[in-house]
Design a protein around this ligand. Structure first.
Ligand SMILES: Cc1cc2nc3c(=O)[nH]c(=O)nc-3n(C[C@H](O)[C@H](O)[C@H](O)COP(=O)(O)O)c2cc1C
Ligand code: SF4
Length: 735
């Protein structure tokens, strides 16, 4: 299909110093929980973005020096020359598809505790390190020699980046993570020397680093600056007016300005708390200050919004992290006039949680994210079916929809049977809760894909029993019937049911999502789930006028949402809405007049009066159908059934991302060798051990990818990191 001319402007080339970006789509730096641990996987992931049409594909923040690292977080490292091969692999994967490769060099200063190197961190002044954890580490104040050293180290890293083949090298002054921002911000810089005081002085280090970088890159590499558009703490910190002044001071110095907002949690705000294009008020006006291209972000998934950003002169290039994770092929889909195929980011920040849990990146919408190399999955290309088998998928929730559409794209004949009258299962139900409307995109994308697949039939109002399924005679049955919330209080704190007295009004999230409400006015929400549901339902009930108390054994509301960077917003919202919060509190018994409680530390007992209790605890899989079918396993052969498997929440309740992934995994591996657990079913990157005398003593081979016909290195290139190169007598990374 041809591109809609309305979007032509998005495909104009943009000059970035000595380089030319083929269009205006710019994948801004984003980390991924893979970093130095999984470099081949990381390179393959970036390569897929380039293949998907992004004109610029950047790394995450890359540590440039061992005196500034952010262990336990796993980023790329460019500490010395031995890190160059890893970088080359990435530039190769990106450039093989015609994109420019950008690298964000980072010195974390007062935001890196150096838990690995044990070096003392340093910054503009001596302050405790402020990171995502309160590590008991304090940084020291840099003197002028430290600043000179830092500049030299930065230039060395720049030269290594150029040797690795990068087209764009960043000076990073954003998210509170880049040292130049720490010098810029008056809340972190109390210096009385040439690097403190006036804005010009505070901006001196940034200017010097840009100048150094320009000199070190030579003529064939561009220099970009990523700068915090505002620290969102008013006059106490770096604010928009100052940032615009800084940009005006150095307007033409770098080849590109890339703006991000405040700390990471503000920049990557979830859809529950911020919409598309949120950052416009901070970025508007920057283009008037410079002739250099300006990049900005804002979870852009609508091509019309993107066009508007360009036409109204807000941005030159559309920066995207999460939209490029959810759909690495977003630019190509716009270019090919396939807007309906765009897999729009839902703003859940599960991708961010990968980083916070030090696990490879994952995405709710894109189950192939992070699996490009290790499982050989591609977001758009599925290998053709290997048999004529017919597959029945029972349940059209996130797992069933993903499974059916992926199997359909592989060419299998699929029937998707949904008991109800609407598709989407939990995402449809949850998308009606406050702030979660974007969850419906998980359903909408997949339904859209199913429309285009003549080999997949979707049946509503089709509750199936084991007998029905045996009558149908499908070869494979995937059961995606979801789960339900427990009504007995069992979860993390209580492993056995909580006693409930007769006459107690007990509700679960399922009751509320089905429209049920407590009879009285006061409700206790007991959250031992710790993800979003407890907080969302407390908000819903408060909005509807109930007097709500939220009790949780955790220290804070929706504790796991720290990993999605929204916990503080959730707690603030509940406080604002008048919800009483009782942390460190276990509910030990339920009665008609209220609950008994125990302090999780002392066991000291208490009571909270309420008319009803909402238990947000564990969930149970809907496994009746699988059990019924397994009970009749001797009938399968006659019915032509080769396999019956539960997927998604019906197998084990988890996140929506886990359900979608489970559906995809079923479809990808249906005709592969059975996973008996005797071999690792995905490739791993292992550390090669070197012997100082005899050279390499252990050279771990990659585990082959199962159930996939594709070459797992999506770049199509061979690994350039030779196992025989490298250091002397030290452990180092190899594939
Ligand atoms: C998983 C993830 C990791 C990120 N890591 C970085 C990083 O290493 N460096 C950086 O400058 N920004 C990082 N960001 C911020 C993004 O570059 C971007 O500014 C922000 O997510 C807003 O853009 P978006 O709405 O398109 O996601 C990260 C964002 C995400 C979602
Ligand atoms: S995990 Fe969620 S926020 Fe992150 S890219 Fe995917 S859909 Fe968007």
């Amino acid at each position: 299909m041809a591109r809609d001319p309305r979007y032509d402007i998005l495909f104009e080339p943009v000059r970035i110093g000595p380089k030319t970006a083929r269009n205006r789509f710019y994948q801004v730096p984003h980390c991924n929980g893979m970093g130095y641990r999984d470099p081949a996987a990381l390179a393959a992931m970036r390569g897929i973005k380039a293949e998907g049409g992004w004109a610029v594909v950047c790394t995450e923040e890359v540590e440039i020096h061992h005196t500034s690292e952010i262990t336990p977080f796993i980023e790329l490292r460019l500490w010395d020359d031995r890190d160059i091969p890893v970088m080359e692999r990435m530039t190769g994967a990106i450039q093989a598809h015609g994109a420019l490769a950008g690298i964000e060099l980072c010195y974390n200063g007062l935001s890196g505790s150096n838990l690995h190197s044990r070096e003392i961190p340093m910054g503009p002044q001596a302050l405790p390190i402020s990171t995502f954890m309160p590590d008991p580490v304090q940084g020291r104040r840099m003197d002028l020699e430290d600043i000179r050293n830092l500049r030299r180290w930065h230039s060395s890293a720049v030269r290594r980046a150029v040797r690795a083949g990068f087209d764009i090298v960043y000076v990073y002054a954003a998210h509170g993570l880049g040292l130049p921002q720490q010098f810029l911000s008056r809340r972190l810089n109390d210096r009385g020397d040439a690097y403190g005081g006036s804005l010009e002085n505070r901006a001196r280090l940034l200017r010097e680093l840009i100048e150094d970088t320009k000199e070190a890159v030579g003529d064939d590499c561009a220099v970009a600056v990523r700068i915090a558009a505002d620290e969102l703490c008013g006059e106490a910190g770096l604010h928009k007016e100052e940032v615009h002044e800084v940009i005006a001071m150095m307007a033409e110095l770098p080849d590109l300005w890339d703006l991000a907002l405040s700390d990471w949690d503000n920049d990557s705000v979830t859809s529950r708390f911020g919409g598309e294009g949120e950052q416009e008020p901070f970025v508007a006006g920057v283009k008037a200050l410079t002739t250099r291209p300006v990049v900005g972000v804002g979870r852009f998934t609508s091509p019309d919004t993107m066009v508007s950003m360009i036409r109204r002169g807000v941005l030159d290039m559309i920066g995207a992290a999460r939209p490029s994770i959810a759909d690495p092929f977003l630019p190509r889909k716009i270019e090919e006039g396939r807007l309906e195929d765009i897999r729009e980011c839902i703003g859940c920040n599960i991708c961010v949680a990968g980083d916070f849990t030090m696990s490879p990146i994952r995405c709710t919408q894109n189950p192939t994210m992070g699996e490009e190399w290790r499982r050989g999955w591609h977001p758009e290309i599925l290998r053709a079916r290997e048999s004529e088998a017919r597959v029945l998928v029972v349940g059209a929730g996130p797992a069933g929809l993903e499974c059916a559409q992926a199997l359909g794209k592989r060419g299998y004949e699929v029937a998707l049977a949904e008991a109800g009258m609407e598709a989407g299962g939990r995402v449809t139900r949850e998308s009606r809760l406050p702030g979660l409307a974007a969850w419906a995109r998980v359903r909408d994308y997949r339904l859209q894909q199913l429309h285009g697949l003549a080999n997949v039939e979707l049946y509503f109002d089709s509750a199936l029993g084991a007998g029905d399924i045996l009558d149908f005679g499908f070869d494979h049955v995937a059961v995606a019937t979801g789960c339900h919330w427990r009504r007995d209080g069992v979860a993390r704190h209580h492993r056995t049911p909580i006693p409930v007295a007769d006459g107690t009004a007990v509700l679960t999230p399922d009751d509320l999502m089905a429209g049920g409400r407590p009879a009285g006015k006061t409700v206790l929400v007991y959250d031992d789930d710790h993800y979003y549901m407890g907080g969302v339902l407390a908000e819903l009930l408060a909005d509807e006028g109930f007097a709500v108390t939220l009790a949780t054994p955790a220290a804070e509301v929706s504790a796991w949402t720290r990993t999605t960077m929204e916990q503080h917003r959730i707690q603030a919202r509940l406080i604002e809405k008048g919800v009483t919060i009782r942390p460190h509190t276990a509910v030990t018994a339920l009665g008609p007049e209220g609950v008994r409680t125990a302090c999780v530390f002392t066991g000291r007992e208490g009571a909270i009066g309420c008319d009803a209790v909402l238990l947000v605890t564990a969930r149970l899989p809907e496994e009746g159908l699988v059990e019924d079918l397994k009970a009749r396993e001797e009938d399968w052969a006659d019915a032509g059934i080769a396999s019956v498997r539960a997927i998604g929440d019906a197998f084990a309740p988890g996140t929506i991302a886990a359900a979608v992934y489970s559906g995809r995994k079923y479809a990808e591996t249906l005709d592969g060798p059975p996973d008996t657990g005797d071999t690792v079913p995905f490739r791993r990157e292992l550390t090669a051990l070197e012997d100082p005398v005899r050279g390499l003593t252990v050279d771990p081979a990659c585990t082959p990818v199962r159930g996939s016909g594709r070459h797992p290195d999506s770049s199509g290139r061979r690994d350039r990191a030779s196992p025989s190169r490298g250091g002397t007598g030290r452990a180092r990374r190899a594939r």
